[in-house]
Design a protein around this ligand. Structure first.
Ligand code: ATR
Length: 273
């Protein structure tokens, strides 16, 4: 039986085993997919122990190990190189590990699944951490018209723009974002999880915006999307679909099979509410 796992700390809350079991059933694969709680110092050893089993094909990596996972792997994937983090490891035939960051393609595919046109879109990306870095190259590849980053600490956004996106990413201060006239606003910060907003959702900022995307998800509407809805934004999406789509991309890397995601997302939405 093919073996998979997700490493994290904490890990009990992870929906990845449910998602991958649904994919496996649908694609006729017999798999085990376990949650592995690792310590900061013990992560690398835990990964090596997992892959010492000849049935172990791949694993996902979540907080706080994505950077450590990058260091363990051979990385050709542009999104992973930009972010210097990986969320997916695959064992190669020679025993080495390849690393990928499927979060960005997960975000893009979820937006497209919801009928959001990215070609020509003016995308404002809020945040300048690993989550933001990982989605830049997939958004550019999706053909967005303009991509601008804003961040509470502007210098950090400037560094991200310099280091990724091959000169195609601009930077704007939070208080000036309305001037960019975004059509899509993506929140890569986890501000919603503590009930906060990453920037002021003013009517000037939202005037041109048809879609907001909050990379986190909560049982009810996230504070960021709630503010967008109040401001009249017609499409507001949270990160549950991104979670399912990043998993589908990882599943495809490991098995060569592309699972359908719609029913899985519906099942998970019921599970979390
Ligand atoms: P991740 O790897 O998940 O992106 P990170 O590297 O800690 O996490 O980055 C978090 C990002 O969210 C940062 O850009 C942070 O802003 P600062 O660079 O100014 O710290 C941003 N962030 C987190 N909480 C925020 C909040 N409440 N309001 C605005 N920005 C926030």
């Amino acid at each position: 039986m093919k073996k998979f796992a997700v490493f994290g700390n904490p890990i009990a809350q992870s929906l990845s085993p449910s998602i991958h079991q649904m994919f496996a059933e649908q694609c006729g694969e017999l798999i085990t997919y376990s949650k592995i709680l690792a310590s900061e110092e013990g992560f690398a050893e835990a990964v090596h122990t997992f892959f010492s089993d000849p049935d172990a094909m791949g694993c996902n990596v979540t907080m706080p190990f994505k950077q450590q996972a990058y260091a363990l792997a051979k990385v050709d994937d542009q999104a992973a190189q930009d972010a210097k983090v990986v969320n997916t490891l695959m064992r190669n035939h020679d025993g080495t590990l390849s690393g990928f960051n499927t979060d960005g393609i997960g975000l893009v595919n979820d937006l497209l699944n919801h009928g959001v046109t990215l070609t020509g879109a003016r995308v404002l990306l809020i945040g300048a951490g690993g989550a933001a870095r990982g989605v830049i190259s997939p958004l550019l590849q999706a053909g967005v018209g303009a991509l601008c980053i804003t961040n509470r600490t502007v210098a950090k956004a400037e560094r991200v723009a310099e280091e990724t996106g091959s000169g195609q990413v601009s930077v704007i201060a939070p208080e000036s974002c309305a001037e960019f006239k975004p059509t899509v606003i993506i929140n890569s910060t986890a501000a919603s999880l503590s009930g906060g907003l990453p920037l002021a959702m003013t009517s000037e900022l939202l005037a041109s915006c048809h879609t907001t995307y909050d990379m986190v998800y909560t049982a009810t509407t996230t504070p960021f999307n709630e503010a967008a809805e109040k401001g009249g934004v017609p499409t507001t999406l949270d990160g549950l679909g991104m979670l399912v789509e990043q998993a589908a991309a990882a599943f495809a890397i490991w098995t060569g099979k592309q699972p359908a995601t719609k029913a899985v997302l519906t099942a998970l939405r019921k599970q979390i509410t």
